[in-house]
Ligand binder design. Structure first.
Ligand code: NAD
Length: 445
């Protein structure tokens, strides 16, 4: 009897997925969830997006974007066709056959995993869980989260995983602003709690891209952290070499570009003012935290974290050094920060080193303004409250500054003009490398 029930539930959900009759629920319509909802919509599924932020839901219905690089036209079209809905009403979770969790996973002030968003969401799902639903966690987290934290909460209503409902983990690999790769061509690693969970989750993601099945949820969870730790460690390596390069009079960007001509065994990473974004500065510490349970110290992660966190301090030291050469002190100097987004050509300023740099400049008595074509004003965050608006770049503005600090190398900047009109530039991205007239004026940091 039980076997029969299992087969029917599983087969029926697979059928619905393959025929595109399954309703997809995406929880958390941010940088990850919104593009994912759009991609499932493109593949013919009806999608319901859930978010606690009513302002975002209203903006979607008004055809307004709250994430600049995501075009609103496909969203508006899908809404008009009735293929996409967005709501704050979580009592509708039961309407979805496949529920994808894309909520934030930040760190607490003590650098410990903050799973409160994931757990709140799981509790909401548990309240209306029904037979024939698959839940997939996409938020980045430490190995063990799906089975240790989600599964017990979902099982409280007495249903059996792998038979009546299904649970999987599939890390999100979205790279906002990347024009070559998006949800349609980035393979999805998938781990299921049971073989049936894996089969259903793989078949779901095969509808939008190629799925990569792995043996369990812990492997899928660890895969994501490996990818981001790999980036963090390699960025720390080139950041350290950059600092050494300045002491030795060697341009580390030239070194990296030369090394990158090796056709095998080397992947170029580039130094910068420190790490930013919701992923690289945070995710490795989810693993460090979990490793403590096994009396294990993740030394690469700690060291990379230390080096990357020290980079904004290095930028400040270089700024002081550069001003010194012009017989100026940082205190009282007018400094223009160019770019506060954590990387070029996106509007995401979370964990941006630009914020740390601005904070330190202000603490040291500098008079700070900023420009970022992607971020017109700086809103209050958990850590910062600058209350500043982006100032337009003009020759007069640049000439009136004691120094310009290039934090983010947005493509929209005319670096030749910036060099021409500025008195002094601290360039953390090598953005002025190809520009004439930098001698004595541009300090690389
Ligand atoms: N941004 C990226 O590039 C990226 C890439 C890969 C993985 N990730 C991971 O994906 C997850 C989501 O990241 P993001 O960048 O999309 O975050 P985000 O902040 O852009 O979006 C999260 C959304 O979830 C909503 N939300 C918060 N609590 C909620 C709740 N209880 N119920 C419903 N909605 C809720 C927020 O209002 C927000 O709209 C994180 O775990 C992150 O580490 C992000």
């Amino acid at each position: 009897m039980k076997k029969n029930n299992k087969n029917t539930t599983q087969a029926s959900l697979l059928n619905k997925i393959e025929s595109r009759e399954a309703v997809i629920g995406v929880i958390g319509l941010g940088y990850v969830g919104l593009p994912l909802a759009i991609h499932f919509g493109h593949q013919g599924f009806k999608v319901i997006g859930f978010d606690v932020d009513k302002r975002k839901i209203d903006m979607l219905y008004q055809g307004k974007s709250y994430i600049k690089h995501i075009k609103m036209e496909p969203v508006s079209t899908k809404i008009k066709e009735g293929k996409l809905e967005a709501t704050v009403d979580f009592s509708r979770l039961g309407e979805a056959d496949c529920i994808l969790i894309c909520v934030p996973t930040p760190l607490t002030d003590k650098m410990e995993p903050d799973l409160s968003y994931v757990l709140d969401t799981t509790n909401s799902i548990a309240g209306s869980l029904r037979a024939g639903q698959i839940i997939v966690l996409e938020s980045t987290t430490y190995p063990g989260t799906t089975e240790e934290m989600l599964l017990p909460r979902l099982e409280i209503n007495g249903m059996t995983v792998g038979e009546e409902f299904f649970l999987a983990y599939s890390p999100e690999r979205e790279d906002p602003g990347n024009r070559n790769y998006d949800a349609a061509n980035i393979p999805k690693v998938v781990g299921g709690v049971t073989p049936a969970c894996l089969e259903i989750a793989s078949s779901l993601y095969n509808c939008i891209t190629q799925s990569v099945p792995v043996s369990c949820t812990r492997v899928a969870e660890m895969t994501k952290i490996l990818e981001n730790t790999f980036r963090s460690v390699n960025i720390a390596l080139v950041n350290e070499l950059k600092v050494l390069g300045h002491k030795m009079g060697i341009d580390v960007f030239e070194v990296i570009n030369a090394a990158a001509t090796k056709p095998f065994g080397y992947t170029p990473f580039y130094p910068g003012p420190g790490l930013g974004g919701h992923c690289i500065p945070i995710d490795p510490f989810y693993l460090s935290w979990k490793a403590k349970e096994y009396d294990f110290s993740t030394r690469f992660i700690q060291l990379a974290g230390e080096i990357n966190v020290s980079m904004p301090y290095y930028v400040i030291d270089r700024t002081i050094e550069a001003l010194n050469q012009y017989e100026k002190s940082l205190k009282g100097s007018k400094i223009l920060v160019l770019g506060v987004a954590y990387k070029k050509d996106i509007d995401d300023e979370r964990e941006s080193p630009g914020y740390t740099i601005m904070k330190m400049l202000l603490e040291k008595g500098a008079i700070v303004s900023y420009n970022d074509p992607w971020i017109p004003e700086l809103k209050q965050t958990r850590k910062y409250n600058f209350e500043k608006k982006s100032v337009p770049i003009t020759p007069e503005l640049l000439q009136g500054m004691d120094a310009v600090v290039i934090v983010t190398d947005h493509s929209a900047y005319d670096y030749a003009e910036i060099v021409r009109h500025s008195n002094l530039i601290i360039d953390t991205r090598n953005a002025t490398d190809k520009v004439d007239g930098t001698d004595g004026k541009v300090f690389f940091a």
